[in-house]
Design a protein around this ligand. Structure first.
Ligand SMILES: Cc1cc2nc3c(=O)[nH]c(=O)nc-3n(C[C@H](O)[C@H](O)[C@H](O)COP(=O)(O)OP(=O)(O)OC[C@H]3O[C@@H](n4cnc5c(N)ncnc54)[C@H](O)[C@@H]3O)c2cc1C
Length: 294
């Protein structure tokens, strides 16, 4: 039985060859990184690309670098399992390493890449919220050169992003974490069933030098809108203040008020709103406490 349609398969030997193929075949081609989303979509006949360009083995697209004071670069085809276990990421960007550890099962994480997770652009994806909270940018490559943008501008909606014909996602740039800051990530989903998240969130808090007054907050919610939703209400509520129990309660309400979830097979909109309030209360408190120790 033929479970996949007929297509031509390419395995370029380097990034330039990959970019030449991507340019040549344009929208008729799909890039394959780990294949954990792409192959399923092909099997389910949701897409039928004429050409598949396998970039999974390209060393130029793999790896993690970190330089003290400058930040990290994570190449697009780095496996999610390598992000989860990177000592540099665990130390400097624990929210991202933790989010990676929560993606699917170990078998999925050794195949899946962070580039694929962001290019698939599912609203429920694990890594976009922490990447956005951490101020990450994506670098997009084509034969013409490179361009970069914040991850939240790259992801435009459900399975929509800013990649144009002839381009691939090349790498992620993570700025050095701010002084007196900490970022935390959380999610709620039916983990035992390896279900994708019904809501996730990352909160990044920076404190003033007194280590009590909140200088800056970035709170990003996943799976409650067509793309990662950056809270405006929570920074307006918290910046310039010291965190109190009353403010924690109000934080939950503020995030809940902004979330625009839908009801689907995984959860009702009402349940997702409750989850958002609980995540916001928990993560803001955790990030605040961690920032005091940073
Ligand atoms: C059982 C199971 C459980 C899962 N659980 C989770 C979960 O809990 N959380 C979660 O977020 N996801 C989950 N996923 C989804 C999936 O594993 C992730 O989205 C994964 O990170 C995708 O990466 P990939 O390398 O396999 O992408 P691929 O399947 O290779 O590609 C996905 C899409 O991105 C494009 N693409 C990939 N890399 C590039 C690039 N560098 N440049 C341009 N385009 C590119 C492809 O053309 C394709 O359209 C699960 C999947 C399975 C099968």
């Amino acid at each position: 039985m033929n479970i996949l349609h007929d297509f031509e398969y390419f395995k370029p030997g380097n990034k330039k060859e990959a970019l030449e193929l991507v340019k040549k075949y344009g929208n008729k081609a799909k890039v394959l990184a780990g294949g954990t989303d792409l192959v399923i979509m092909m099997k389910e006949k949701m897409i039928k690309p004429d050409y598949v360009i396998d970039i999974s083995d390209l060393n130029e697209l793999k790896g993690i670098t970190y330089e003290e004071g400058k930040g990290a670069e994570v190449y697009a085809c780095t496996k999610v399992a390598d992000i989860e276990s990177s000592e540099d990421l665990k130390r400097k960007y624990p929210a991202l390493a933790y989010a990676a550890s929560q993606l699917g099962s170990h078998q999925v994480r050794v195949m899946a890449t962070m580039g694929g997770n962001c290019c698939h652009s599912s609203p429920a994806a694990e890594t976009p919220a922490p990447l956005s909270a951490l101020g990450a940018k994506v670098v997009i490559a084509s034969l013409e050169g490179e361009r970069e943008m914040p991850i939240e501008d790259f992801i435009q909606g459900n399975r929509r992003n800013d990649l144009k014909e002839g381009e691939i996602l090349y790498k992620f740039k993570l700025p050095e974490p701010e002084k007196n800051s900490a970022c935390r990530y959380g999610h709620i989903g039916l983990r035992d069933a390896m279900e994708i998240d019904c809501a996730n969130m990352a909160a990044n808090i920076q404190l003033e030098d007194d280590k009590e007054t909140i200088k800056k907050v970035k709170l990003v919610m996943g799976s409650v809108a067509i793309k990662p939703l950056i809270s405006k209400a929570v920074p307006a509520l918290l910046e310039g203040k010291k965190l109190t129990e009353e403010l924690i309660e109000k934080t939950g309400e503020a995030a809940q008020g902004e979330a625009k979830p839908i009801s689907d097979v995984r959860a009702s909109a009402e349940y997702r709103k409750d989850v958002i309030a609980a995540l916001a209360r928990r993560l803001v408190k955790e990030a605040y406490e961690a920032a005091k120790e940073a």
